[in-house]
Ligand binder design. Sequence first.
Ligand SMILES: [Cu+2]
Length: 166
Amino acid sequence: MTHPARTAALLLLAAAACDPQGHQWVSTSRDGVVEVSQAFAGESVTGETAAVYFALRNRGPTEDTLESIVVEGAGSARIHETGERDGIRVMSPVDALPLPADAVTQLVPGGTHVMLLDLARRPVAGDSLKGVLRFRSGREVSLRAEVHGLTDLERVVNNGISRSAG
Ligand SMILES: [Cu+2]
């Protein structure tokens, strides 16, 4: 006997398997000059903020600048740089991120990233965050970042909370 619901579930699994981590995803501006790829986000621990990372390629002969980011479900999104003050890692907001001509600019954990603030709901592993990046040139590129779990970090945080609660 063929069960319609089971068939649908199997089809969904097959579709998901084609794109396991979304690493093949690439998005470009209409003129093809600015390209965004390898976008991912860290699962939010507090539920209030989440960090997003991606690679920005500027294929053009002139510099462009990332000026604003809008992500669905986030009240705002800021570009953060990570530095060190008195031996402690600190994040500081910057207004814009320059993209040198003919170069790739990489946003990575522990470095420059986009911080999502005032999230409507907590992003969890498997979620996909969608948004738009806007550049000084007027270019726009769509963003789709897969959310990945921070299992170890979360376990440490949870242990800390249960210990102080007990
Ligand atoms: Cu940050």
